[in-house]
Design a protein around this ligand. Structure first.
Ligand code: GLN
Length: 486
């Protein structure tokens, strides 16, 4: 069995059996990156020296008998996580030369767990986008079809895992940026409950929505990694102090009697063609596995996209005000005065989509429009949360599509922001309500993967992961790898 086609769990088992060392594993993936990254543009920074140093440390830990379940497992970090001494550019010209002075908590914890960092992955600028086309470093290509997008904003992480240029990668999800790209490249991805994983050192886009998570071949792999990432962090004021369950041990929970809700609003209109057929087939599979399928409704859910596109820009306009050309990030040449420094540094440093969001955000927060837009959006957000709460009084999980269509062509939607925003129609609700959600592969539309979404109640990660794991026990879509990378 070739090394890179294995899941994280299988690689960890191989390391434990001493079938290969951590150094050999890192070298194997570094060679794959060397061969394939230029075509995919999925890594923006490769860190071979760091990888080999981490790998040597992992091998030494194993020799000492101090290895944990992830010791020696290579991984890639989305370039939104600060990495000590390594450039953290967040897909932007603004941070093109920014070297972070510390590690994000996610990076620190995964490092402490013995993982080996291969590099940083490309992403939409400041995580704003659904196709990876807003990156200052150019679009990422979908390993299943190089003319198509991998989704976004965690498109680089999605592509490296799909092409097995890393066995697993971190991602972030503000409105769908883990789940939608996972769906478009045929891998598994989990966005945990808001507050479950620390946001410390994760560059902020919309702080009330942002959450870190994992993109990996299987649900089991997501469980393994989430185990190491989750938990209270005093450095993040929104981190929740609540024990972390044993996600791996709970993977085997039976589906017998589990109530799965189909959201009427997700199946009402707009969902058709092969995606609808494949999601239906997955529902049948869940029924065979013993789950009880019922229909539920969240009537406010159709408000989620407009609500998000008020709340997220409002928060981003505030968060991104720190990039002023003074403290860090891009600074314009020869400013005439302070105002000129601000204007030109920001004008030159930010791309078009980021500017559009900042302008929308400042507009909806302005004194004259606050009530009409921002306050209204907050009320809609409360309605959406209340709808989900009612739904979870009836069911254990919700199931639906992740994305309305499979991967689209690069360039197809860039000039039409509204069409681009509609990619998130099924994912945004979970962010607005702070719920955990995941996407897993459920088949193919021609040569392109399609994703199935599961949404759980707050802190229901174990149930999500075990339901996904049960499905992956009777299907093999998550094992498929694009022929060019097999
Ligand atoms: N596509 C959404 C946006 O552009 C979500 C992005 C994200 O989850 N980071 O805002």
């Amino acid at each position: 069995m070739t090394i890179h086609t294995r899941s994280v769990a299988e690689l960890a088992a191989g390391l434990a059996r001493k079938e290969f060392s951590a150094v050999e594993l890192a070298e194997h993936f570094l060679a794959r990156i060397e061969r394939s990254n230029s075509a995919l543009n999925a890594y923006v920074t490769v860190t071979p020296e760091r990888a080999l140093a981490d790998a040597r440390a992992a091998d030494e830990a194993r020799a000492r008998g101090a290895a944990g379940p992830l010791t020696g497992v290579p991984l890639a970090h989305k370039d939104i996580f600060c990495t000590d001494g390594v450039r953290t550019a967040c897909g932007s010209k603004m941070l093109e030369n920014f070297v972070a002075p510390y590690d994000a908590t996610v990076v620190e914890r995964l490092h402490a767990a013995g993982t080996v960092m291969l590099g940083k992955t490309n992403m939409d600028e400041f995580a704003m986008g659904s196709s990876n086309e807003t990156s200052h470093f150019g679009p990422v290509r979908n390993p299943w079809d190089l003319d198509r997008v991998p989704g976004g904003s965690s498109g680089g992480s999605a592509a490296v895992v799909a092409a097995r240029l890393a066995p697993v990668a971190t991602g972030t999800d503000t409105g769908g940026s883990i789940r939608q790209p996972a769906a478009l490249v045929g891998i598994s991805g989990i966005k945990p409950t808001y507050g479950r994983v620390s946001r410390y050192g994760m560059i902020a886009f919309a702080s009330s929505l942002d959450q870190a998570g994992i993109m990996a071949p299987s649900a089991e792999d997501c469980a393994l990694l989430l185990q190491a990432m989750a938990g209270f962090d005093a450095r993040d004021s929104t981190s929740v102090d609540r024990p972390v369950p044993d996600y791996v041990a709970e993977l085997g929970a039976p589906l017998q009697g589990v109530r799965i809700g189909l959201l009427k609003e997700f199946f009402a209109h707009g969902l058709e063609g092969p995606t609808a057929t494949l999601v239906q087939a997955a529902i049948d599979e869940y029924r065979r596995l013993g789950a009880e399928i019922v229909e539920v409704s969240c009537p406010s859910l159709p408000l989620s996209v407009p609500t998000y596109y008020v709340v997220a820009p409002a928060e981003c306009s505030s968060n991104l005000s720190r990039f002023d050309g003074v403290r860090f990030g891009h600074r314009c040449k020869d400013p005439r005065d302070l105002m000129d420094l601000y204007k030109r540094s920001r004008g030159e440093g930010f791309g078009a989509e980021v500017k559009r969001r900042i302008m929308t955000g400042t507009y909806v927060l302005s004194a004259g429009y606050y009530d009409a837009y921002y306050l209204k959006a907050q009320k809609c957000r409360s309605l959406i949360s209340a709808d989900f709460k009612r739904a979870f009084a009836e069911v254990d999980l919700l199931l639906g599509p992740t994305s309305p269509s499979p991967a689209f062509a690069i360039g197809a939607k860039v000039d039409d922001p509204i069409t681009m925003y509609l990619n998130d129609i099924y994912t945004i609700g979970a962010n607005l309500a702070g719920l955990p959600a995941m996407s897993i592969p459920c088949g193919f539309d021609g040569a392109l993967p399609v994703g199935l979404q599961l949404i759980g109640p707050h802190f229901g990660e174990s149930r999500l992961l075990s339901a996904a794991h049960a499905y992956q026990g009777v299907t093999d879509f998550h094992r498929r790898i694009p022929a060019a990378y097999a």
